[in-house]
Design a protein around this ligand. Structure first.
Ligand SMILES: N[C@@H](CCC(=O)N[C@@H](CS)C(=O)NCC(=O)O)C(=O)O
Length: 202
């Protein structure tokens, strides 16, 4: 199988971490792929009409996207280790994945906005991104005891990856200061072999 990917995308990193957690690294080839908001990649549009990565291409050519769907597909092959099959445990994983994944969406939009020439930037949007980011971090700080005692799964992966993305693209936010428990959890999560094998590179 092939994973169309970029080493800087947090959505791709989520999938790569999951691949390592599931022990599937030797079955999936990472194919470096360039995508840009202002320059659709024709090859990717043919596989995913949204023009986004990650895309997993199966042996028969079927394209699977987006990141959560790819992880769900791989996880079901191996026996639902990252996303519980049913019940409250499943709901907890999916809601907390949605929270971290939603923060990824906000950060990508925020970065696009702040990279525009200053006269084209919306100060209202940027202030709103900042408020939402603070709110998500406060919610995650409260969730830390749950993170510590629940099995490492899709939600943990998304949270660990989005916090690393904050370090990579939003260092000045200094997210650890208001979130000491989350910072301690992240320091441990960042040492997992799956996280070390998938570091974001500039
Ligand atoms: N919801 C998608 C988001 C993927 C996404 O936004 N990927 C970015 C790279 S970080 C992308 O491909 N951007 C190109 C574009 O939007 O045209 C997922 O979870 O896979």
């Amino acid at each position: 199988m092939k994973l169309y990917s970029s080493p800087r995308s947090p959505f791709v990193r989520k999938v790569v971490v999951a691949i390592h957690e599931l022990g599937l690294a030797d079955q999936i080839e990472l194919v470096p792929t360039v995508v840009a908001m202002d320059q659709p990649n024709a090859g990717m549009l043919a596989k995913n009409p949204l023009g986004k990565i990650p895309v997993l291409e199966l042996y028969d050519g079927t394209a699977i996207y987006d990141s959560a769907v790819i992880i769900d597909y791989l996880d079901r092959k191996v026996g639902c280790r990252l996303i519980p099959a049913a019940g409250d445990a499943r709901d907890w994983v999916l809601v907390n994945h949605a929270l971290a994944n939603g923060l990824m969406d906000i950060l990508v939009l925020w970065r696009n906005e702040r990279d525009k020439p200053s006269e084209q930037q919306s100060t209202g949007w940027i202030a709103n991104f900042g408020r939402k980011t603070e709110a998500v971090l406060a919610a995650l700080e409260k969730q830390t005891p749950e993170l510590e005692h629940k099995p490492f799964g899709l939600a943990h992966i998304a949270i660990a990856v989005v916090l690393a993305y904050l370090d990579f693209r939003f260092e000045a936010l200094n997210w650890r200061e208001p979130c000491p428990k989350l910072a301690a959890w992240h320091a441990k999560a960042a040492q997992r072999p799956s996280m070390l094998a998938s570091q974001i590179t500039a």
